[in-house]
Design a protein around this ligand. Structure first.
Ligand code: ADP
Length: 432
């Protein structure tokens, strides 16, 4: 743009310079050479464009009368401009923020050298306008760029929102919510909608597979439990009534009886878990005093000579199913006994920190490594497979505890240090 701005004045100054000699020759027919020179200078001068000629000894030969005008005189720019010696034919000269196109070339008329002709055009106004336009354009450009950046970021945000929804669904979905998990993306691009549809179909298939697995476990456990209970009954009565059994036969029957009982327990656990997962476990919720319930469980546990130190503070009531909470406590106390040395005590603490009732089952047994403390609530997970098998464990106790407690509005947590023991903490909202 600046090049275009300068091209006009430069060409104009150069044209005036080129035509100067021809113009003087025309006027020479009517007047003397100095008069002709002055005439051409006046003819070509305007408010912005001035001419002057200096002889080789730098004396002024002729100059535009416009140089006497106030606009040229008002500053001392003129002195600087007139005193310039320039070798370049056309150049841009800047004096105190004023811009000039200056063209200097030697002139001669009829082979008589006149000196150097200077043509100067003041382009300050045009330059200022250009700077202003430039500044405005920069501002507009900046504004437009910012607007484009905002529009782009909004567009990208909107375009990514379906992906965010898909991500949210993928992180939130669990086995229990598989059936209800759907994606509704009406305004997403076609490709993303197709992805959402595929994901929906995959979730549907997963939900069906999960449901099928739950039903299968439920049915198999149910079907196997009845004949096994029957076999167990026969084994028990044979062991009790038959006096003619040899020692070997009795030992064999006792092993069969113990294994049958273990399998029945496993099936019962599986059944409980499948029912808890499908939400078909029934809870008979009632307001009870947890202290009385915990005392009952401890008395039950103590028939097995377990040393249980109870610290039961009076608390508010809680709303739970008493049989299910007993099942939970028995499970935790059983584990505490199973995974501790026989001489180590077990502690049960009941307290009410603020609006929660807290029930802690503490042992000083082998403890649980930090990396296993979340996994032990998953079905069939055992920290030490061999030892757990020897204790008759099924790996289903804690998953059932977690589901039962959460179904009754509580939470279960574990704190444990290997070699020092474990603390299982149940929390239920107090009925205030
Ligand atoms: P199991 O029938 O094998 O005891 P659980 O689900 O009750 O199954 O427990 C899962 C695993 O967690 C156990 O196999 C055991 O390794 C570990 N565990 C549970 N309770 C304790 C405890 N009080 N101390 C140490 N380890 C425990």
């Amino acid at each position: 743009m600046q090049q275009i701005l300068l091209d006009g004045p430069k060409r104009n100054a150069w044209d005036v310079t080129e035509r100067f000699t021809d113009d003087v020759i025309i006027y020479q027919e009517m007047m003397t050479t100095p008069e002709a020179v002055q005439k051409v200078i006046e003819h070509r001068s305007t408010g912005d464009l001035v001419l002057w000629i200096r002889d080789p000894s730098s004396d002024m030969v002729a100059q535009s009368e416009a140089l006497e005008m106030e606009s040229w005189q008002s500053t001392n720019i003129l002195d600087t401009l007139l005193s310039r010696q320039t070798n370049a034919r056309v150049e841009i000269v800047v004096i105190q923020n004023h811009h000039f196109v200056v063209c200097a070339t030697p002139v001669s008329v009829n082979n008589e050298a006149l000196g150097t002709l200077y043509v100067a055009q003041d382009i300050t106004q045009a330059q200022r306008s250009f700077t202003q336009v430039n500044r405005s354009l920069t501002l507009v450009n900046g504004g437009v760029l910012i607007a484009i950046a905002i529009a782009l970021s909004l567009y990208i945000r909107r375009a990514l929102s379906p992906i965010r929804q898909i991500n949210h669904l993928a992180t939130e979905v669990s086995a229990d919510t598989l059936g209800d998990a759907h994606l509704k993306l009406d305004r997403a691009p076609t490709e993303v909608q197709e992805l959402a549809q595929s994901l929906d179909m995959m979730l549907l298939r997963l939900a069906e597979a999960w449901e099928y697995q739950r039903r299968f476990v439920n049915d198999v456990s149910h079907e196997l439990r009845t004949p096994l209970s029957l076999i167990n009954g026969y084994l028990q009565s044979t062991l009790r009534r038959c006096q003619t059994l040899t020692d070997m036969q009795r030992e064999g029957l006792e092993i069969a009886h113990a294994e049958t009982e273990r399998t029945i327990r496993l099936l019962q656990d599986l059944l409980d878990l499948a029912r808890a997962d499908s939400g078909s476990l029934r809870f008979n919720l009632e307001r009870i005093d947890p202290k009385i319930l915990v005392q009952e469980v401890i008395e039950m546990a103590e028939y097995g000579k377990a040393a249980i130190a109870a610290d039961l503070k009076p608390t508010a009531k809680i709303r739970i199913d008493r049989h299910r909470l007993k099942q939970v406590l028995i499970n935790l106390i059983d584990n505490a006994l199973k995974y501790s040395e026989t001489n180590k005590p077990i502690r049960v603490i009941l307290s009410q920190p603020e609006t929660e009732i807290s029930l802690q089952v503490i042992d000083y047994g082998r403890g649980i490594p930090l990396g296993d403390q979340t996994a032990i609530f998953e079905p069939f997970y055992r920290v030490d497979e061999d030892r757990s098998r020897k204790t008759g464990g099924t790996g289903l106790g804690l998953p059932i505890v977690k589901r039962l407690v959460e179904s009754m509005g509580g939470t279960v947590k574990v704190k444990s240090n290997p070699g020092e023991g474990s603390t299982f903490i149940l929390s239920f909202p107090a009925c205030l």
